[in-house]
Design a binder for this molecule. Structure first.
Ligand code: NAI
Ligand code: MG
Length: 489
């Protein structure tokens, strides 16, 4: 196996001490966070690990920045900074790609050409917003009075992000938060702090005033919890597990900070016999295996109509066996990398065993792959039924569960029988059926004859226990803004 030589700037970045980014300082800490390369189960580097006191410092820096030049910056100039940051991300996409490949394990070409490029696009979309955040003049029924609304930033935003898309999930939150004029304390996932730190350096380089973006890597129960409960934080934007989402809400009660949550999922994907089976088969395959199953929108419950089940399962198994799986930084461009960590690998393998014990049949994969790193062989399991653990809980790994169904009403009812509501969808050539799916499936994003598309302009978020608030598009601006009603007499 030939490994990719890291870009010299990446080597330099990994070699230098990675302090917390607070205002324009790199703050050293006593405690260090190990950054493990999941492709090899080795220590890639260590970064400073923030605790509650560092969160406190970062929140003060963010609050000061609100009162500084950032707070009075024109919409034009704010937009320009966002645009410059987008350019800087794109120009350095190789570095983002390699850093994400090292700390997340995803194939470098994917991290570079998808995650980094889409992060840049995200900033570019939101760069257009500052000059378009408008209030209204309201036709109030009080003689001689005028009423108007001003849309203002919420204040200091605490952003807590997950490890599955280390750069992109930061971009999804940071771009609208900054476009709306807030300042930010970002706590990236402890497994994947590297690109968040690098982004903070780029933000300073392109001219963001110090303190607008502060990055404090640390543990969830420590730095994360401190940020969620901090009285100086006005809003928390969180993506991660439903369990942690509940904790964040509990932590927010002290100062009643605003909270938006993008949580887990268990998306149902319904493949009807009348679909274009080639397109539906390949689409349903990538609906789960994209990002190695580590997506909140993964099409984890694939309902296949019984008359086409055998041929679809056969096709899925062939595709799974043909996948190329290998290290993120390999010279070969693999389809998939390892899962994020040893606990995650053990959890995924545990689900595979539980599924088999409860009657699921494996037609591809089914265990750990190789001896080093956290690789799980791409797994397809059929004969899964609704009550099985693998059909109810989020696996978050490369395990596609296939369930059978007979008719549409049954499929829709079973698809909706979940506590989650992030994504759902289906495949059919029947337009009436497609229309019924679009109104009857209960989820924040539906994909019909496609899967996984997102766009900076299109709202994204969950129903039920998949969270609340919509990121992206104009709804994301609303999520990071508050309205003031002003009366004149
Ligand atoms: P997690 O939800 O615990 O972690 C996500 C983020 O929350 C990280 O930055 C973490 O440090 C932070 N965090 C953890 N506890 C916190 C607390 N008490 N207060 C404030 N912040 C806290 O997810 P974890 O433990 O990494 O993975 C567990 C499972 O969660 C996965 O197996 C997967 O099923 C799910 N998950 C879902 C994601 C999604 O995109 N919806 C992303 C990551 C994980
Ligand atoms: Mg956790």
């Amino acid at each position: 196996m030939k490994l990719l030589e890291p870009h010299r700037d990446v080597s330099a970045f990994l070699a230098t001490s990675q302090g917390l980014r607070i205002a324009d300082a790199r703050v050293e800490t006593g405690a260090l966070l190990d950054v493990i390369d999941p492709s090899f189960d080795t220590l890639a580097t260590q970064v400073a690990m923030g605790s509650a006191e560092h969160i406190d410092e970062a929140v003060s820096a963010a609050r000061q920045a609100l009162a500084g030049p950032w707070g009075s910056m024109t919409a034009h100039d704010r937009g320009q900074l966002l645009w410059r940051l987008a350019d800087a991300i794109e120009a350095n996409k190789q570095i983002f790609g390699e850093l994400d490949a090292i700390d997340n394990g995803k194939p470098m070409h994917v991290a570079r050409d998808v995650d980094a490029v889409y992060s840049a696009r995200h900033f570019r979309y939101f760069a257009g917003w500052p000059s378009k955040i408008e209030g209204k003049t309201i036709p109030v029924s009080s003689p001689g009075k005028m009423n108007l609304t001003k849309v203002e930033p919420v204040g200091v935003c605490g952003l807590i992000t997950p490890w599955n898309y280390p750069t992109l999930m930061v971009a999804w939150k940071l771009a609208p938060a900054l476009a709306a004029g807030n300042t930010v304390v970002l706590k990236p996932a402890e497994q994947t702090p590297l690109t968040a730190l690098y982004l903070a350096d780029l933000a300073l380089q392109v001219g963001f005033p110090p303190g607008v973006l502060n990055v404090v890597p640390g543990l969830g129960r420590d730095a994360g919890a401190a940020l969620a409960s901090h009285p100086g934080v006005d809003k928390v934007g969180f993506t991660g597990s439903t369990e942690t989402g509940r904790r964040i809400v509990e932590s927010s009660v002290g100062n009643l900070k605003k909270v938006s949550l993008e949580l887990g999922g268990k998306a149902a994907n319904i493949l009807f016999a009348d679909a274009d089976l080639d397109k539906a088969g390949a689409g349903s395959f990538w609906a789960l295996f994209g990002n190695n199953g580590q997506s909140c929108t993964a099409g984890a419950r694939l309902f296949v109509q019984r008359s086409v089940r055998d041929q679809v399962v056969e096709r899925l198994a062939e595709m799974a066996k043909a996948l190329s799986v290998g290290p993120g930084m390999d010279a070969a461009a693999h389809d998939l990398g390892p899962v994020i960590s040893r606990p995650q690998m053990d959890k995924v393998l545990g689900y595979i065993n539980a599924g088999q014990a409860q009657g699921g049949e494996i037609v591809a994969g089914g265990g750990q792959q190789g001896e080093t790193g956290y690789f799980v062989s791409p797994t397809v399991m059929h004969s899964v039924t609704d009550d099985m653990t693998v059909a109810r809980e989020e696996i978050f790994g490369p395990v596609l569960c296939v369930l059978d169904f007979d008719d549409e009403d049954e499929a829709i009812a079973r698809a909706n029988d979940t506590d989650f509501g992030l994504a759902a969808g289906g495949w059919t050539r029947d337009l009436d059926r497609a229309m019924r799916l679009s109104s009857q499936l209960k989820a924040g994003t539906l994909w019909i004859n496609t899967w996984g598309d997102t766009d900076a302009a299109s709202p994204f978020g969950g129903m039920k226990q998949s969270g609340y608030g919509r990121e992206m598009g104009e709804e994301a601006i609303a999520l990071y803004s508050q309205t003031k009603s002003v009366w004149f007499g």
